[in-house]
Design a protein around this ligand. Structure first.
Ligand code: SAM
Length: 375
């Protein structure tokens, strides 16, 4: 086992590969002249990528990670696959740029995109990086330590309101105002929080005794919130999901594993929006340009079973979702944040019912899709 393989156990590996398979090896794949391409947006220690390169013999994987240490360790692990693997150090909201460059179809699309969100065990276990409330370390928490504000800088400079907002919004922390007040008071008293252990102590001192006895370590939400803020995780994910959806060919798939509800909400909303028609319910058919551009492959979010949770506790919170692209992004782009809930697809004028296009079976499929409105 390589160093990387020992540091992180991939979550729901076989299930992810099963979900990717129809996009990478569709029926009649042996006759395809192109080499299928998967973009792994969260290369980490390369566990999912290694599984994909092993199962799908002619596959090429482009692995993205913002963490240079992850890139180095995974590249060492995957060197035996030669030019079937390539690493790109960037944030995954650049998935569309990477797809444009790697597209085997010449149109900026690839066969599949995988996202396994959050931090890797390497990052959590590395005492110097400050992600873990279980180890004493400087309050860094940057996935890419070469840029951006550290958690320490946020705690040293943000006002009480802003710290409270971060803890409430990104950590869903009930006691956010109390914790923020203690942090700022300590700063004003000339004794600022300066290590992970110091932050753990502040949280413990701020949370009522009764709340400390339930729901696991009371610092968990504060650490999650700061990590999300430091790495702008939700903003990057909000931009990345539609770009990933727009980077897969028709029949291609996006597979995403999320580990907390804020991430999962972003993924779910984008997938459900693409799988839902916006045609009025009383139309006898769905006009082609109002047809869903995605089909949901997973029914709701899938979880790890008890056996995997016991073997790999990191899998306990996972929510796995997958979708297949039904229409080209050129016709039906997933909307980027800030373009309105409907985005380009919904802004287009709706054709009158008599200008129907599409085959009968299209129409039936679309009618079925309309039934998915509420999923
Ligand atoms: C859960 S780990 C992935 C583990 C991987 N699937 C494996 O099997 O080894 C998540 C990885 O995504 C990276 N990451 C998180 N946010 C990112 C972002 N916005 N852009 C690029 N990489 C990111 C982290 O640095 C981390 O290495």
């Amino acid at each position: 086992m390589t160093d990387a393989a020992q540091r992180h156990v991939p979550v729901l590996l076989e299930r992810c590969l099963d979900l990717l398979a129809p996009a990478i090896q569709p029926a009649g794949a042996s006759e395809r002249s192109v080499t299928p391409v998967l973009i792994d947006c969260t290369l980490g220690m390369g566990g999912h990528t290694e599984g994909a390169l092993t199962r799908f013999e002619n596959l090429t994987v482009i692995g993205i990670d913002r963490d240079p240490e992850a890139i180095a360790l995974a590249s060492e692990r995957l060197a035996r696959f030669g030019d079937r693997f390539r690493a790109v150090r960037t944030t995954y909201d650049h998935v569309d740029d990477v797809a444009r460059e790697a597209s085997p179809y010449g149109d900026g699309t690839v066969d599949a995109v995988l996202m396994d969100l959050g931090v890797s065990s390497l990052q959590l276990d590395d005492a110097d990086r400050g992600f873990s409330y279980a180890r004493t370390a400087p309050l860094d928490m940057r996935m890419d330590q070469s840029q951006g504000r550290t958690a320490q800088e946020i705690l040293d400079t943000a006002d009480e309101r802003e710290i409270g907002r971060i803890l409430r919004v990104y950590g869903e922390e009930r006691f956010a105002p109390r914790i923020a007040r203690t942090i700022v008071r300590r700063r004003e008293d000339g004794d600022p929080v300066a290590t992970t252990q110091g932050l753990v102590d502040v949280v413990r001192a701020s949370v009522p005794a009764a709340a400390r006895r339930t729901g696991g370590n009371p610092s968990k939400r504060t650490f999650q919130a700061l990590r999300i803020a430091v790495n702008a995780e939700l903003e990057v994910l909000e931009a990345a999901v539609p770009r990933a959806l727009n980077s897969v060919r028709v029949g291609g798939r996006l597979v995403v594993e999320s580990y907390q509800s804020l991430e999962d909400r972003i993924v779910k909303q984008a997938m459900v929006a693409g799988a839902t028609t916006n045609a009025p319910a009383d139309l006898p058919f769905v006009p082609e340009d109002a047809a869903p551009y995605l089909e949901l492959v997973t029914h709701g979010a899938e979880r790890a079973d008890e056996e995997e949770q016991a073997r790999n506790p990191r899998s306990a919170p996972v929510r796995l979702r997958a979708a297949t692209r039904l229409r080209p992004a050129s016709d039906a782009p997933a909307p980027e944040p800030g373009t309105g809930t409907g985005g380009a697809r919904r802004d287009r004028p709706r054709p009158a019912p008599s200008r129907r296009s599409g085959t009968r079976s299209d129409t039936r499929d679309h009618a079925r899709a309309r039934g998915r409105r509420s999923r």
